[in-house]
Design a protein around this ligand. Structure first.
Ligand SMILES: [Zn+2]
Length: 205
């Protein structure tokens, strides 16, 4: 199980990470993890473009290396990019230095200072080793698009029930999540924009 909205105790215990943005306007931050994925990232980009929304893509290093044109398109369309390790390293399972190597290797082809730990799993020691170079970006809302037992409608309501100014929302541009992400994303954009939200990328600085 996973909480759709990150409990405040977790946010308090991990103060080195960013869980939501401090804004005074109705701005929210869509994020897409695990891509770029051919056939899926393009469709997410098309939907974002149709709604005039910009987002942040947390890419796996190996996928950026395999699909450089897709990565370029993300950047060219005004979205921001962050890294997500080379091949989805689990910070709770890997030895300290192996994990740090995975992070650095994944950061290289992306070339920015935004990092999201895969599964949100990172130990305080790992965080301490990398937080002087990278901003650790977590989230306050999980759409649940990776959960094959959910419908796109449930993913939409997961987001819409919890969205607030500064929210960081997790989607995935992966094969597994695509049926729910592609079904839910247009609805989230439409409903949130109707409520006066606009979507911006997470700032690099
Ligand atoms: Zn991931």
């Amino acid at each position: 199980m996973y909480p759709v909205r990150t409990p405040s105790i977790i946010r308090t215990l991990a103060p080195y990470a960013v869980w939501s943005m401090k804004v005074h306007e109705k701005i929210a931050y869509l994020t897409f993890d695990d891509g770029p994925t051919p056939g899926i990232t393009e469709r997410a980009l098309d939907i974002l473009g149709e709604h005039g929304a910009r987002a942040t893509f947390f890419c796996l290093g190996k996928n950026v290396q395999a699909h450089p044109h897709l990565f370029r398109r993300i950047v060219d369309e005004g979205h921001h990019v962050g890294h997500h390790s080379w091949s989805h390293a689990d910070g709770w399972k890997q030895d300290h230095f192996a994990y740090i190597r995975e992070v650095l290797r994944g950061a290289y082809p992306v070339g920015t200072n935004l990092y999201r730990p895969p599964y949100g799993r990172i130990t305080p020691r790992q965080a301490q080793s990398i937080c002087h170079r990278y901003k650790l970006i977590m989230w306050d809302i999980i759409s649940g698009d990776f959960d094959i037992h959910l419908t796109p409608e449930t993913c939409t309501s997961n987001v819409m029930r919890h969205i607030r100014p500064g929210s960081i929302i997790v989607f995935h541009d992966s094969i597994k999540a695509a049926p729910r992400m592609l079904g839910s994303l247009p609805e989230v954009l439409q409903q949130a924009q109707k409520k006066g939200f606009r979507f911006e990328p997470i700032p690099y600085t």
